[in-house]
Design a protein around this ligand. Structure first.
Ligand SMILES: N[C@@H](CCC(=O)N[C@@H](CS)C(=O)NCC(=O)O)C(=O)O
Length: 200
């Protein structure tokens, strides 16, 4: 399998999942500004949406959408601690978080990474992010991870997007449960390996 990624982008989530699963994969770096892979290929030819993450499977086919790539990977590997199997209620609790992170948190960071958004948009989205993190922080009180004490793909996704708060100067330290969560996930060796690989 090949994972097309950009350093520190949302592609870090399936990257960490791949390392948690211990399966072999190839990382292909993409320059999102130039739409070029590290080999100088036009990234559009692989993903017309021009976004990472992009997973290329052994049969040559492609899968997009990070939240779905992560589900696909754990289902293939049968790692039920990271995502329970179909028809088990716990699975849908994790998927509800994945959907919330994708639609409410991940995309609320977009104005900070696109120059065309002005300061007013950024202020609005800072407020939206704060409101979401206040709720997330409450959910993390008294438990290690989003759905309890088991680490899942939703925790990986939350960790990856919440790292961006540091890049945009969004203060989150007062959310003590969230801060503890971020530290705990940052300490995992798979996370450290993925960050080191992307920084190389
Ligand atoms: N819906 C997509 C969004 C992916 C996405 O936003 N990727 C960003 C990096 S975090 C990207 O490739 N941006 C470049 C662009 O949109 O031109 C997913 O969840 O996988």
């Amino acid at each position: 399998m090949k994972l097309f990624y950009s350093p520190d982008a949302c592609s870090l989530a399936p990257h960490i999942v791949l390392r948690e699963l211990g399966i072999s994969f190839e990382l292909i770096k993409v320059d999102l500004q130039q739409h070029l892979t590290a080999l100088g290929e036009d990234f559009y030819q692989f993903n017309p949406k021009a976004q990472v993450p992009l997973l290329q499977l052994g049969d040559g086919s492609f899968l997009t959408e990070g939240a779905v790539i992560s589900q696909f990977l754990v289902d293939q590997a049968g790692r039920r601690d990271l995502l329970a199997e179909i028809n088990i209620p716990q699975r849908y609790q994790v998927l509800a978080w994945m959907n919330f992170i994708a639609s409410e948190i991940h995309k609320a960071y977009s104005p900070f990474f696109h120059e065309s958004y002005g300061e007013q948009s950024k202020a609005v989205f800072s407020e939206i992010l704060n409101k979401h993190y206040e709720w997330v922080d409450q959910q993390l009180a008294g438990q290690d991870y989003l759905t309890g004490n088991d680490f899942t793909i939703a925790d990986i996704y939350l960790f990856v997007v919440t790292r961006w708060a540091g890049f945009i100067g969004l203060e989150l330290e007062h959310f003590i449960h969230l801060t503890r969560f971020m530290q705990q996930v940052a300490n995992r060796h798979t996370v450290q390996e993925a960050l080191a690989a992307e920084a190389a």
